[in-house]
Write a protein that binds this ligand. Structure first.
Ligand code: HEC
Length: 120
């Protein structure tokens, strides 16, 4: 029991400091050029992508798996945002491995992209 609690604690600390920051780093390096946190410019905003994926999936695991698979190889058939494809064209394929994309997907699920707007 104690051991489980301990492992859970370590896992959450790792998630908070490790994966979250790594996800944030990857997102800022690779996705933010097209996906602004809140504004739709050349692609839907990260907040919009998060909202649409959360509407479509019941839980984090499905959200992350689907997103990682789709981003690895974007297709029109697999897209949840046909309106965005029509407006901006299909997202180009980026050469990332699935593990990296899962870390980014977790960050997109967890992060509050609109926090700066609502805090004021
Ligand atoms: C060169 C610009 C560009 C970059 C870089 C980019 N995206 Fe996109 N992305 C787009 C465009 C344009 C769309 C809207 C069209 C579409 O859905 O295919 C999109 C759509 C998406 C969608 C919605 C998919 C759907 O269901 O249609 C997800 C999820 C996504 N991007 C994730 C990412 C992630 C994660 C990264 C970084 C690893 C990233 N994007 C980097 C241009 C980009």
């Amino acid at each position: 029991m104690i051991r489980t609690v301990f492992l859970l604690l370590i896992f959450s600390i790792f998630n908070m400091c490790g994966a979250q920051n790594l996800g944030s780093l990857f997102f800022s390096g690779n996705c933010i050029t097209c996906h602004h946190p809140t504004k739709t410019i050349s692609a839907p905003s990260a907040a919009e992508v998060q909202r649409r994926y959360k509407e479509a999936f019941q839980n984090k695991e499905e959200f992350v798996s689907y997103m990682a698979t789709w981003v690895k190889k974007p297709t029109l058939e697999g897209s949840l945002m046909h309106d965005a494809v029509e407006k901006h064209g299909l997202m180009p394929e980026l050469a990332y491995d699935e593990d990296t994309l899962r870390v980014i997907g977790e960050y997109i699920y967890e992060n509050n992209f609109t926090k700066h707007k609502t805090e004021y």
